[in-house]
Write a protein that binds this ligand. Sequence first.
Ligand SMILES: [Zn+2]
Length: 72
Amino acid sequence: MTGFQIYKPRLVIVKEINGTPVQGKCSSCKDVIFNTGSNAFAREHKQNLADQFREHFRKVHEREEFNSSGTH
Ligand SMILES: [Zn+2]
């Protein structure tokens, strides 16, 4: 079972305020930063980091992983 390794991009929390992640980045894309805004209480105004990352993942990485023509 060696040699089967997938480097899956993941959300890396960069900054937390009172235990709430306010800034994160993609482990694969160093230029990609996710922000909830500096105010941890303003989370209604922006998507949370997980949602932003999911969107980024869909746009960028899912395309890489599933670039075969199979759709389901
Ligand atoms: Zn990425």
